[in-house]
Each structure stands twice: as C-alpha cells, then as structure tokens.
Design a protein around this ligand. Structure first.
Ligand code: ATP
Ligand code: MG
Ligand code: MG
Length: 549
C-alpha cells in the first residue's frame, strides 16, 4: 500500500516508534449474518495488508452477538471467502466465546454505579433519548440502587424476564451532544438459540458494548472500522476505560466502499436472495465475494482493485468499471484466447471439398506466446455470428454482405455469394466461396480485406451456453425517491442467456476455467449449471472499456 492518504499507516508507524505498541494486531470482524461482499474485501485488504506491512497479525473474528440473524452457513461461507481472497488469519475467534467475560464486565459497571437495569420499553427509551437539538430525558429507573440493578441483571440472565421487559444501560450522560452517550443500552434479553452458545444465554451484549471489549480481550492494537462508527468512538473509549480493560485498542475509521449500480449491504443482498431476484448469494450479478468468484473475477483482480482504492476517508461510489479494468488486466496474459459463436448463422463454403477436414494452427494468446498454439478444425460448413452478416449494410460495414470478402480468423478469406432464406424471409444460411491462396500464416499479400470474423467449424463445434450480465441495480441512489425502495430499481434485463457453439478443443473445460472469446470478452465456466453435456460460460467482462485510471 503506497497511498499518500494512508493516514492509518502513519498512526501505526508512530505508535511503534513511540513504543505505545511493540507489535500490531488487527482483526477483520464480520457478523455472520450474510455473505461477504466487495466492501468487506476492502476492509480485509486494509486490515490484513496493514498488519502484514508492519509484521503484525490479523485475526478473523466473528462478531456474533445477535443470535436471531446469525448462522453457521454464514460462518463457513465467510471463512471460505477470506481464504479464497488470499488471506491467512492468525486466530479464528468468536465474540460469543467472551460472553462470560462481557457479563462480568457489565457487573463491574453496575457495581461502579455506571450501569443500571431499565424497565422502560424500547419505544420509551427511544422517546426519552431526545434529538440532536434537544437533550434526552432521564429514565425513572436511572436512580435504581446498585444492589437492585445487580439483582435484576442476574435475574435477566436467569431467564426470569421475557424479551424486551428489561435492558441494561450504561449510565453516562443524557444531555450529551453525542446521542450515543445518552445511556446506551448495553444488554438486551433475547430468548433465542445462538449458533455457537446454543441456549446457554438469554441476554446478549449490544454491539457498542461488545465490540470494544472483544478488541481489548484479543489485544487488538488498531481497530479499523468504517466512518459511520466515528460518533461511537467516545463510547468505545468509555467502555474500554470504565470496564478497566488492560489493553487499550484504538478505533480508527476509513471510508466505506460503495460501487455504482449495485447495493452493498448484507440486509439488502439477503432480500434479493430471499425474494428470488437472484439465484442465491453466489449469483454472478451479486457484489458478493462468492458471486464475483462464480462469475469469474479473480482474487488478484480484487486485490489490485482494493490497492487502487487505498484507505481514504471518502465513501463516494466507485465506478464498477474500475473492477472490470483490473479483471482485464489480470486475465490479459493468463486467459487462453478462443472462438465462440453466440448467435450462430450457418455458412456453407461451396468450393471446399465435401468430407474434407483440415486442422489449422492458432496461437493461444498473442500477448503471451509462451502459451503456444492450439489446433482448430476447418471444413465445408461453419458458423459465424448472426450480427456479422447484413443483407443491406450501411456504409463502413466491413463484415459479411452479398459480394463482400472477409477474413476468417486463423483460416481463409471467404466471399458471400448467396443468401438462403426461409419462407418468412429470415436469413438461415449463407453460401460462400473461399480462396485457398489466402490461408492464414501463408504470407498472402495479394489483396486486403477489412473485416475479420470469428467462427467455429459446424461439424465439430460443441454446443455451449453463454450468460451475459448487465448491472443488477439501475440507479443505486434512486431509492431516495419518495415511496420507493431499491427493489423498484432492480434491472429486469440483468441476465441474458444465449445458446451457441465453442471450439471442439474446449470439450474438457472445468468450472472456473477462464477464456477470452474473440470479440466477446472474458468468460468463466459456471460451476453450478455446467453439465457433462453442456458447458455454461459466464461473461466476466467485455473487451471494451472507456474506463481510465
Ligand atoms: P453490512 O451493512 O453490509 O451488513 P456491516 O458493516 O454490518 O456491513 P460487518 O459484517 O459488520 O458488516 O462488517 C465487517 C467489517 O467489514 C466491518 O469492520 C465493516 O466496517 C467492514 N465493512 C462492511 N462493509 C464495508 C464496506 N462497504 N466498505 C468497507 N468496509 C466495510
Ligand atoms: Mg456490523
Ligand atoms: Mg450490517
């Protein structure tokens, strides 16, 4: 990371120089209530990247303090995604393992007169909290004795009360200009099974209380989070101090990543999954790590993208074309080039001997000659792209039209002699002639043609399915409009499925294999829909980009 705006790096450097810390410990703390998305990748990159730069360590800690929304399915998916992105955590930790210690720290606060059990309802607490311009109002239970609060808190733990009947609140300052300090709730009752602790607990700590304790218990030195937690920092420090934690982590905020034409919150992504707008968390249109993986985006591209983002505090939406740019950069030299015809039109080469098949040599990647060559069959019948023929072309159309000659990539020049139509007037076949002199690689210079078409041999081609994607969300800011939600802006045309053909040498492709199809862009073999009979290719990115770094 060599970004000038890397203020976090400067803080860490200073902490090491002044001896405030001898080593750096960071953590990536997802709540297991959904799958990771590309925003999390930014956080992972920063946490692991910074620790690594200073020879420090990074833990993967599940921030699992809300039993209702959490699940082991998410725990496992998150582990898989962090590993796939290329990171190795030092320790795998669960906040729920510290419930006993958190409980004891809460007891300490009560004993110090810094926390009390409140009987107000959630609605009343919200009402009493006041606003930015008006101070809050104290709860009548705020003056409850230490003994009574202790007794009630223990009874809460024992299961003597129902959900919402009582809460534990920190006693700080109901008139504070920072609303977070107006006696925040730090424990609530929730009679719910927890994925890790089962039915052991029926009270659970709130995030604002739990998070600083988790960091301190683990000896985290720099607790990096997104800027919406800036106002929570005074509470974070208060908890660490008043709970008398030995270690004092420092919370530092960085800008949240937002990307154009998508939503980036687990809650919204879960809604898209649950309401079947997409085909699961790993749908290739999703900004989830699993969706990007299934689509064919590489960890290297995501890392390069995060590196370019840097750490700045801003959180304006980043153009999704920027990630596409890094995908092309990464695959340019790695992905074999090949030819696939997405919307086939049959071409019969009438002067090519019937029954004859010849094998043509084709370079696998002109930008990376080390990848060698492949062999592709050529015979009397081939497929070209429907859009590469026009009966009545406009000016400057250099592809095939009656009487015109074009080059077939890796093969010969062909000339369109006759157009065959069905009874409805649709073009169903072209009759062409080829010129044996013009064979690719023969050094033919007799005449020039302007168009080069890709093609596949019709007798040997393998049927394949191509899935082309458009953005999932048409306008991610539009939900600001009254009475609308982001679901009103889901793009109904975000997936186009096309049946076509690929070169026969691709018969053994495996899930996640990546190719650059001539003119169509980069594709990856879909792991879910590919069968023995038919390969399914997800388009990762097209070739064209207007994006400039
Ligand atoms: P979401 O709103 O998507 O549920 P979250 O912040 O609640 O996000 P967590 O599981 O708590 O999700 O996030 C784990 C870590 O990832 C946190 O430190 C959080 O700040 C960070 N993170 C989450 N979303 C982004 C984002 N869009 N950009 C950068 N960091 C993010
Ligand atoms: Mg969170
Ligand atoms: Mg969240």
């Amino acid at each position: 990371m060599d970004n000038n705006s890397n203020f976090i790096k400067n803080i860490i450097k200073e902490d090491l120089e002044t001896g405030k810390h001898n080593s750096v410990i960071t953590r990536f703390p997802p709540e297991p209530n959904g799958y990771l998305h590309i925003g999390h990748a930014k956080s992972i990159f920063i946490n692991f990247g910074l620790a690594d730069e200073f020879n420090g360590k990074t833990n993967l800690r599940f921030d699992d303090t809300n039993p209702l929304k959490e699940d082991v399915e998410y725990v496992n998916a998150i582990k898989k995604d962090v590993e796939w992105l290329g990171y190795k955590w030092e320790n795998l930790l669960f906040a729920s393992d510290y419930f006993e210690e958190m409980y004891n720290r809460a007891i300490l606060l009560i004993e110090k007169g810094l926390a009390y059990v409140d009987d107000l309802s959630a609605d009343e607490i919200r009402e009493y909290r006041g606003t930015l311009t008006e101070p809050g109002k104290e709860s009548p239970f705020r003056t409850r004795s230490v003994d009574e609060s202790l007794q009630f808190f223990k009874a809460m733990r024992n299961g003597d009360f129902g959900n919402g009947e009582k809460v534990l609140r920190a006693k700080i300052d109901m008139a504070s200009p920072n609303i977070n300090l107006r006696d925040p709730v730090i424990y609530r009752i929730s009679h719910a099974s927890h994925h890790n602790t089962g039915d052991k607990w029926c009270i659970y700590p709130m995030y604002a209380f739990a998070h600083p304790l988790e960091d301190a218990i683990e000896g985290v030195t720099h607790s990096l989070c997104t800027t919406e937690f800036e106002d929570q920092r005074p509470l974070y420090d208060w908890v660490i101090r008043e709970c008398e934690m030995e270690s004092t982590p420092q919370q530092i905020e960085f800008g949240r990543l937002n990307i154009t034409n998508t939503v980036m919150s687990k809650r919204k992504l879960k809604q898209l999954v649950d309401e079947k707008y997409v085909d699961g968390w790993d749908d290739p249109r999703m900004p989830t790590i699993s969706g990007l993986r299934r689509k064919g985006v590489t960890p290297e591209a995501i890392q390069a993208f995060c590196k370019e983002l840097g750490i700045s505090k801003g959180s304006g939406a980043v153009d999704s074309a920027m990630l596409d740019h890094f995908v092309r950069e990464d695959l340019k030299l790695k992905a074999p080039r090949t030819m696939g015809v997405l919307n086939p039109l049959k071409v019969v080469i009438t002067n090519y001997p019937e029954g004859q098949v010849e094998m043509l040599d084709a370079e696998i990647n002109p930008e990376n000659p080390e990848m060698g060559t492949r062999q592709i069959p050529f015979s009397r019948e081939i497929y070209i792209e429907q859009e590469d023929f026009m009966e009545n072309p406009p000016k400057k159309y250099f592809r095939l039209f009656p009487g015109n000659e074009v080059r077939l990539k890796h093969a010969y020049f062909i000339k369109c002699e006759e157009v065959i139509k069905d009874e409805n007037g649709n073009v169903v076949e072209l009759h062409c002639t080829y010129d044996v002199e013009t064979k690719s690689g023969s050094g033919f210079t007799g005449r020039k043609v302007k168009g080069t078409l890709h093609w596949v041999d019709a007798t040997h081609a393998i049927p394949a399915e191509f899935r082309l994607y458009e953005p999932l969300i048409l306008d991610e800011d539009a939900e600001m409009e009254e009475g609308k939600t982001f679901l009103d802006y889901v793009n109904n045309n975000s997936l186009e499925i096309v049946q076509g053909f690929i070169e026969p040498n691709m018969k053994d492709v495996q899930p996640y294999d990546k190719f650059q199809f001539f003119r169509h862009g980069y594709f990856s073999v879909d792991p879910k829909y590919t069968t023995k009979e038919k390969s399914v290719f997800n388009r990762i990115v097209s070739l064209k980009s207007s994006f400039k770094l």
